[in-house]
Design a protein around this ligand. Structure first.
Ligand code: URA
Length: 214
């Protein structure tokens, strides 16, 4: 299976990603398994989202000779987790790129209006010099994702990728309208949103399932 890619949206259709996602969707999957699978999927998604990271070189000695070996400039990367569910996706990427700078945006969705409310913001300096990967498992209405990207741009970020586990067509359209310059990487584009702004078929509330809060 090949990845479905448009300029704005990449759906990572790798069988391992899809298999793990199906187990996560199952309502009988335990919190412990959900969390482990999310970590595993985040490693696989990290592979896709970092595909075009610029490489520098580092002088090393192999047992045979000296060489200028390719190396990622981890310090040029900022990972920004949209709390709280973003943390589950971020952990795996950080394992792969431990030198990345890390930020947090606290956003919650007002259950009545479905509009985002910001309660925390701490992001690395010099975002304008970094690739900024914003992570949130669920791109649902797109309201909080658009607000998060608004904020990152206010803080100077120019080169942003949005990484999520599931996306709704409504959320993708909203992001594309507000931030056409921000590519989205996801494991699935689901059918639609329900009346409460939940993704269908989805996996329920990602934060609750990850942290066992319901
Ligand atoms: N947030 C979630 O956790 N799940 C959804 O389906 C939508 C938003």
């Amino acid at each position: 299976m090949t990845d479905h890619t448009t300029e704005h949206l990449t759906i990572v259709s790798h069988p391992l990603v899809q298999h793990k996602l199906s187990i996560m969707r199952d309502k009988n999957t335990s919190t412990a398994s959900f969390r482990r699978l999310l970590r595993e999927i985040s490693l696989l998604l990290a592979y896709e989202v970092t595909r075009n990271l610029p490489l520098t070189t580092r002088r090393i000695d192999t047992p045979m000779m000296a060489m200028d070996a390719p190396a990622i400039e981890g310090k040029k990367l900022a990972l920004v987790s949209i709390l709280r569910a973003g943390n589950g996706l971020m952990d795996g990427i950080l394992e792969l790129i431990p030198a990345a700078r890390v930020g947090f945006l606290g956003m919650y969705r007002d259950p009545e209006t479905l509009l985002p409310v910001q309660y925390y913001c701490k992001v690395p300096e010099n975002l304008d010099e970094r690739l900024t990967i914003a992570v949130d498992p669920m791109l649902a209405t797109g309201n909080s994702s658009v607000a998060a990207i608004d904020l990152l741009k206010e803080k100077g970020a120019k080169n942003i990728i949005f990484l999520c586990l599931l996306a709704s067509p409504e959320g993708v359209a909203r992001m594309k309208a507000a931030h056409p310059d921000v590519p989205i990487v996801t494991a699935s584009l689901d059918s639609h949103l329900d009346d409460h702004g939940y993704i269908v078929p989805g996996l329920g509330d990602a934060g609750d399932r990850m942290f066992g809060t319901k």
